[in-house]
Ligand binder design. Sequence first.
Ligand code: GEM
Ligand code: ZN
Length: 442
Amino acid sequence: SEKEITVDKKDLSTDASMITKDGNMEPIVNSDTKIAKVLDMTTDNSDKTTEFAPPATTAPYQFADDLDLERPLESLVSIINRLKDSSHRAKTNFIEPTLSKHLTHDELTVTLKKFAEDYKSITRLYSIGKSVEGRDLWVMEVTDNPGIHEPGEPEFKYVANMHGNEVVGRVILMDLLQLLCENYGKDPMLSLMVNHTRIHLMMSMNPDGYADALEGDKQGVHGRQNAHHVDLNRNFPDQFAVTIKNKKQEPETLFMMAWIKQYPFVLSANLHGGSLVANYPYDDDPHTLGHSVYSKSPDDDVFKELAESYSLAHSTMHTGHPCPGTGMDNEYFPDGITNGAKWYSVAGGMQDWNYVHTNCFELTIELGCVKYPLGKNLPPYWTANEFSLLVFMAQVHKGVRGFVTDSATGQGMEGVSVLVKGITHPITTATDGDYWRLLAPG
Ligand code: GEM
Ligand code: ZN
């Protein structure tokens, strides 16, 4: 691209305290002279921070030390950082979700519509298209100004139930929706999260497969594929391989691709089941289909950090034993994370497509050994994943961000490549010239 800027990571900091404007930060601008302001680190000038009051409780707010409403993003990041520590997790005071149950597609639709109605000011329900059998692919947006991209505000997504018989993600995303809605305006951290993030939740990417899946299925494949018997996690265009499974895209895949291109997503997770691990790119490499060889992306360090943010906040994922006592005991994932290709090579996965074709960094999270648990066994899954879901989502506020503007007009410049020295993966500015560049410390 002719419009390209390069910044040197040593001039930047991913430290939470550095997210605001820092006079020392002089980026290297090496091409377009029209780029006046490259790294405006001011992340928020709005006055939205007074939308909620601290919780009405006589006990002091647990994270009061970290809560500075003048500096909302730093507050959010430092509170979230403290949630890595289990003693702090235990002290949160959320109104806990009560849903935690299996919902048919029709029940899901009704429940989502009810949330959209009851929490109009922070939600918007939309469909990105229909499955092969005509079911809506619903997305619930949760943010303070639903329906619009606020310049500078990062967009985040969770996608669940891509494999129709892997249902835990679908259940806990409903719990997450309930948590965010019911605590908004009450819990300061969750309110900050909603105010400063445009969150998109897709409870089911494969509603047809779900309709076919069987409650109690532990490690089966019935209902895994879509109604055309295609595994959607093999159906995306692949950077290394055209296969029989991805040479033509299914309707669900095409709607996903269009959706992921339409919004300036920064970070995402694709929620699966059947194991317990946070899986990160790449999922394959040019030579070793069928083998287990580490395949590094240019952002390997960032991806490891992101994967650990999920696994370490989870009650058991970090121990690295996905299926204890099942005969699949031999599998071990240090710290509960793995490179995709190192685990086993997958061509046509959605995760790598996000990273290779858009600005969105995606991970594939395996939520547990049992793919379709009995309804009565669902509540512990929420407890195990609650903080992971929040901590991972908050990673969208780390790294660097800013606006690229035209020095003559002050207008944001869309489609400018932002490159960090030493990382061969550019990020492109969005419509308002805004960009987000996730980075690992160091
Ligand atoms: C996995 S998820 C993909 C994990 N990536 C790699 N490279 N192993 C799948 O799609 O096969 C398991 C699942 O279905 O949950
Ligand atoms: Zn899966």
